[in-house]
Design a protein around this ligand. Structure first.
Ligand code: UP5
Length: 189
């Protein structure tokens, strides 16, 4: 898997901030390939692979799977797509994830979007989305909120190197998309 001409953008934000709502829209508008870390785990879980038990245990506790495991799943999905411009949704969630990605994949993101939203709003969204996700119950949501704080040092890092864009994700879906559009246009200019 050659890294030549490969571009990556990370889309981060708490559970229910709207990552998976916005990423397909961005992907369509800007011709990139959307890869959701959580979705890769749910697919792997459904496939019944030898890692299913480990994935299920972590997801139901709202905890993270090992960094190297997640990075390898992402790397495989990138490779299998045959594409070169990726929107990576929901990763890296802590500094260890970031280190694993830097070491194994070796690609630095062009920039990073962080969708920020209060826990109150995110909780309301998760409890009403009705997509049948096993982790959308109040006990697991509370744990996911706790676990999601590990992303803060990642956010601080990208802020310090001026690659971070903060998006107010409490606005409507269209308004959030509009704000993201502005950033992409600015970057692609
Ligand atoms: N909605 C969205 N935007 C809205 C808006 N602007 N106004 C009003 N409503 C809005 O949105 C959630 C709901 O809100 C939807 O009903 C939507 O219509 C509405 P969604 O876009 O689905 O939010 P998203 O941020 O994608 O929320 P999600 O629950 O998917 O985020 P999580 O980060 O919790 O989930 P993810 O799938 O990334 O991870 C799940 C688990 O996988 C983790 O808890 C962890 O156990 C594991 N994981 C790892 O271990 N490692 C990883 O690297 C990644 C995941």
């Amino acid at each position: 898997f050659s890294n030549e001409n490969i571009s990556v953008i990370f889309v981060l934000g708490g559970p229910g901030s709207g990552k998976s709502t916005q990423c397909p829209k961005i992907a369509q508008q800007f011709g990139c390939t959307h890869i959701s870390a959580g979705e890769l785990l749910r697919e792997e879980l459904k496939s019944g692979s030898e890692d299913s038990v480990m994935i299920q245990k972590n997801m139901e506790k709202g905890e993270l799977v090992p960094s190297i495991f997640m990075t390898k799943l992402l790397q495989r999905a990138m490779k299998e797509s045959g594409k070169k411009f990726f929107l990576i949704d929901g990763f890296p969630r802590n500094l260890e994830n970031l280190d694993a990605f830097s070491t194994l994949v070796g690609i630095k993101p062009k920039f990073v979007l962080y969708l920020y939203c209060s826990e109150e709003v995110m909780q309301e969204r998760l409890l009403t989305r009705n997509q049948g996700r096993d982790d959308d119950n109040i006990a697991t949501i509370t744990k996911r909120f706790e676990a999601s704080k590990s992303v803060y040092p990642v956010i601080q890092f990208y802020h310090s190197i001026k690659k971070l864009y903060m998006i107010d994700a409490e606005k409507s879906v269209d308004e959030v998309f509009e704000d993201i559009n502005t950033i992409f246009h600015h970057w692609t200019k």
